[in-house]
Design a protein around this ligand. Structure first.
Ligand code: 13P
Ligand code: ZN
Length: 476
């Protein structure tokens, strides 16, 4: 059977094309890979060609002998459906998990994505985490999610809770939440390793100011997760940019009931850890009304300021008499009816874990809207300064201890060279391409038992890459 006639290839191409249609793949942005099933390999193997093995600067022993369909470096997703043999290819991992070779596709001198390390290392992590079920890794550049990384703290719990609070489906589809990693150079082994640490906890990783990195069992699932997360991000951005006061989101207790109803484990990763519930500044940053006790303490110079396109803070209104429905100051049309929060204790709601206390619940009662009072003149402050002051330092989320040494093998110390490969290259069915080889930094180096002295460093080789060369992680 021809590769392009198989279900997996059709599904892969459709995922790429849908991502392009959704606007997530500007230029060559994004990449994807699929770990083929043994029966799929058998089906198409007769059409494979044999190319030389290429050494990796990392090792993925549990992927030894696996085959992957993967996008080509620099390929534009808008071309995948039109020219799959150039924009895609299939690679095989050798028996040691340290080399790969091309078997199909990659026409006209194309090579696997510059994020090959991220894909392979993370396939290994997700394969283990899902008992072999996970097969797809999809990386896209959705704009609203990238925009969220400009205004929401890069804390996985805060980010997750914000996404879940926008859209019920997000908690369901992305029930393990997202992990937000630090910014890393695209295509670098650092990016691969940081993502792998995150993928120990969740299949959804946010690369700040870059994109989304998702793993799943099927192409439908991977695309569905990306679509849902981006939709929640779109709701977040749109609601804050529309100019109306931000008065409602899915409350924590509502998410907890949702979790109970659907058997989800929303609290498992400590997303509702107390600091987030009790910190008035963080609540304010996410649009929650400050409690009555908190309001008087707000000094004039601490009064938050709305920033166009970023968080919108509720107006500070005079305290309502106890028991009365408070009038809310609003920037909406006078006389309109808005829904405003009224504090009640949600004692009836379930608690996700021992020691967890239910948050202050907001029920919604329609009240007449009155015009907002004049704001006191604010001193000029930069947007960055306003954000810094409005969003507190967030405590790191407690989580199981990582064992960094487990990731060491992904970045081995100055490795000699690729040892003599146990599998002798098969005779080539056609001549080697004369063009520049793929990522020569990954190719075999002369055998050295130790790191060479500075003066003995080999001359810089010409490099095939679309991004700055990853820094030498082996030097760490
Ligand atoms: P490639 O074209 O090498 O796949 O890179 C695109 C990308 O999005 C890198 O993060
Ligand atoms: Zn990218």
């Amino acid at each position: 059977m021809k590769v392009l006639d198989t279900d997996f290839a059709r599904s892969f191409i459709r995922m790429c094309n849908d991502g392009w249609t959704f606007g997530w793949h500007e230029a060559n942005g994004g990449n994807a890979s699929y770990r083929m099933r043994p029966e799929e390999v058998t089906e198409v193997r007769s059409g494979f060609r044999t190319r030389p093995w290429v050494s990796m600067d990392t090792e993925v022993p549990t992927l030894a002998g696996e085959f992957f369909m993967i996008t080509a470096a620099g390929s534009h997703f808008r071309n995948v459906a039109h020219d799959p043999k150039r924009t895609l290819g299939i690679i095989e991992i050798d028996r040691t998990g340290t080399c790969w070779r091309e078997c199909w596709g990659f026409r006209d001198g194309a090579h696997p994505t510059s994020e090959l390390a991220s894909h392979l290392i993370n396939h290994e992590v997700r394969k283990a985490a899902t008992q072999g079920k996970s097969r797809v890794i999809y990386h896209c550049h959705p704009a609203k999610l990238a925009a969220m990384t400009c205004v929401v703290p890069h804390d996985s719990a805060v980010f997750t809770r914000t996404l879940w609070a926008q859209l019920a489906e997000c908690a369901l589809i992305c029930k393990e939440g997202v992990e937000v990693i630090s910014w890393e150079v695209p295509g670098s082994v650092d990016l691969a390793i940081e993502s792998a640490k995150a993928m120990e906890h969740t299949p959804v990783v946010v690369w700040p100011h870059h994109g989304l990195f998702v793993s799943a069992e099927t192409m439908d699932d991977a695309f569905g997760i990306a679509h849902t997360v981006e939709k929640a991000a779109e709701i977040f951005c749109t609601a804050r940019a529309c100019g109306m006061p931000y008065t409602s989101k899915i409350a924590d207790v509502e998410l907890v009931s949702f979790s109970r109803e659907y058997g989800l484990e929303l609290a498992r990763r400590n997303v509702y850890a107390k600091p987030y519930l009790e910190d008035p500044r963080l609540d304010a940053a996410f649009g929650k009304e400050p409690s009555r006790e908190q309001r008087p303490s707000a000094k004039p110079e601490e009064t938050p300021v709305n920033i166009p396109g970023a968080f919108r803070f509720p107006s500070v209104e005079p305290e309502a008499p106890s028991g009365a429905v408070p009038e809310v100051a609003s920037e909406a049309v006078p006389g309109a009816v808005a829904e405003v929060p009224v504090e009640t204790q949600a004692e009836a709601h379930p608690q996700p874990s021992e020691g967890w206390e239910p948050p202050v619940e907001a029920s919604r009662v329609p009240v007449p809207v009155v015009p907002a009072p004049e704001r006191p003149a604010q001193p000029e402050r930069s947007q960055a300064e306003q954000l810094r002051q409005s969003v507190p330092e967030v405590q790191p989320m407690p989580r199981p201890e990582l064992q960094p040494e487990r990731f060491d093998r992904f970045a081995p110390p100055m490795q000699a060279a690729v040892p003599q490969h146990p599998v002798q290259p098969e005779p080539l069915s056609r001549p080697l391409p004369s063009e520049q080889p793929a990522r020569p930094e990954l190719l075999a180096q002369p055998v050295q038992s130790e790191r060479p002295a500075q003066s003995e460093q080999p001359a810089e080789q010409p490099v095939y890459h679309f991004y700055p060369k990853p820094r030498d992680h082996r030097a760490r």
